[in-house]
Design a protein around this ligand. Structure first.
Ligand code: NAD
Ligand code: MG
Length: 405
């Protein structure tokens, strides 16, 4: 029996997304352990209404004001659920005393302010929204230290690394005797594409990941290797280390989710089926374990694992991310903003796949990196990175009007 006080009450930021729905799948399996205080989404009223009917949250937030009005109209027969709107609503449920745990699963920079509100309120924060940490690195980790929030990584690689480290030494790798982190990458759907082939890939092809089913933005990031670049920065902040202590290993099977190498030669790995229910269940229940509904690993059926070095000539985004981290200050916020703009343009058919790194490199070279002293500086860098990327996308489109891609 679990004591009533041990039952976690959750705010789920980004409930209608890939991570949000998988989180609810784990929650659904353990009604004795987890309950939902608040659900949030951007615009999808229909999906949100269905989730509210199933999980009966006290609060439902739509980031979009019109969507909030429509949700309130749809839920008139559900008086227990209050509907809020906009960023103020997101911040309110992220910091609410009624919830002890916040799943940060909004995609992109839009997640920064609400995720930070959860951190500042000292919650157990399950971090899927890597962009928030990439943008604001030091300030984010300082806020964690000040509030005493418990930050648990949900990204499968970071959750794997977390599981391979002693719990009390997660941010003291030398003290833990760690030599380096081996960060695994699937290599994405275009791992074997030549540079020429990369020019012709479509959004539909980019969104079809060989091993994982994810939201559109992270799927494109996986295809460009920017996801690994963001994860490299994420790992530096989470584990208080530097890019030269982390080596990316392309491992196409996505079974080993990352490894930690110790000075005595031991290499600890976390393995599992590529199913986000495992890291999510780990974050929800930590330090305990709960059944996540994940199929057991059949190593006999898998047979072999493969490893190769990433190719940063074909996939420059990984190099750009490492450079942005080294440049420091607001450079990672510019990198992230330019990437978000470029990915959105690619998904809209306004940019070739191979031009995504071109846009990001241009923004990094053009927007001066400043000290990231406060969140205003981060938000200003985010805006400047987006503006510069958008202007460059339009320039490229002007030049390419006769010969697209
Ligand atoms: P998704 O696109 O499937 O879902 C995004 C969620 O955020 C949705 O609920 C959407 O309504 C909400 N949202 C979007 N824009 C918003 C805005 N402006 N304001 C408020 N809410 C907004 O994305 P996802 O794949 O679930 O990824 C979510 C986060 O988790 C990303 O940061 C991603 O990098 C990270 N992540 C995802 C996976 C995965 O397997 N999908 C794995 C590791 C990390
Ligand atoms: Mg990952």
């Amino acid at each position: 029996m679990i004591a009533a006080s041990a039952k976690r009450r959750l705010t789920l930021l980004g409930a209608t997304g890939s991570i949000g729905l998988i989180t609810l799948d784990v929650v659904r399996r353990h009604p004795d352990r987890f309950s939902v205080y608040a659900l949030t989404a951007a615009t999808n009223v229909e999906e949100m209404a269905a989730l509210c009917r199933e999980f009966n949250p006290a609060v439902a937030v739509m980031a979009d004001a019109d969507a909030a009005t429509r949700l309130a109209e749809t839920l008139t027969d559900l008086p227990g659920t209050t509907v809020l709107a906009g960023e103020t609503g997101l911040v309110e449920v992220a910091a609410a005393t009624e919830a002890d745990t916040v799943m940060a699963a909004i995609v992109g920079a839009a997640g920064l302010i609400p995720t930070l509100a959860a951190v500042k309120a000292g919650k157990r924060v399950l971090l899927a929204n890597k962009e928030a940490l990439v943008m604001s690195g030091q300030l984010f980790m300082d806020a964690v230290a000040q509030s005493g929030a418990l930050l648990l990584p949900i990204d499968s690689e970071h959750n794997a690394i977390f599981q391979c480290l002693p719990a009390e030494r997660v941010r003291d790798l030398p003290g833990a005797g760690v030599r380096r982190i081996l960060l695994t990458a699937s290599g994405g759907p275009f791992r074997n594409h030549t540079l020429d082939m990369l020019r012709d890939v479509t959004p539909a092809q980019a969104c079809k990941h060989p091993n994982w089913s994810m939201g559109q933005k992270i799927s494109v990031d996986s295809a460009t290797l920017m996801n690994k670049g963001l994860e490299l920065i994420e790992a530096c902040w989470l584990f208080n280390t530097r890019p030269d202590q982390i080596e990316v290993h392309v491992h196409p099977e996505s079974i080993i989710h990352s490894m930690v190498e110790y000075v005595d030669g031991s290499v600890l790995a976390q393995l599992g089926s590529p199913d986000m229910r495992t890291p999510i269940a780990n974050g929800l229940a930590w330090p305990e374990r709960v059944d996540a509904g994940v199929a057991p690993l059949d190593l006999f059926a898998l047979g072999r694992f493969h490893f190769e070095r990433p190719d940063t000539d074909r996939f420059p985004c990984l190099r750009l991310a490492a450079e942005a981290f080294e440049a420091g200050g607001t450079a990672p916020a510019v990198l992230n903003a330019a990437n978000e703009q470029a990915v959105a343009a690619f998904l809209n058919g306004e940019l070739c796949f191979a031009d995504i790194p071109v846009i990001i490199e241009h923004a990094l070279a053009t927007v001066p990196a400043r000290a990231a002293d406060d969140f205003d500086a981060i938000m200003a860098a985010d805006r400047a990175g987006r503006d510069e990327a958008q202007a460059q996308i339009q320039r490229l489109n002007g030049r390419r009007s006769l010969t697209p891609c």
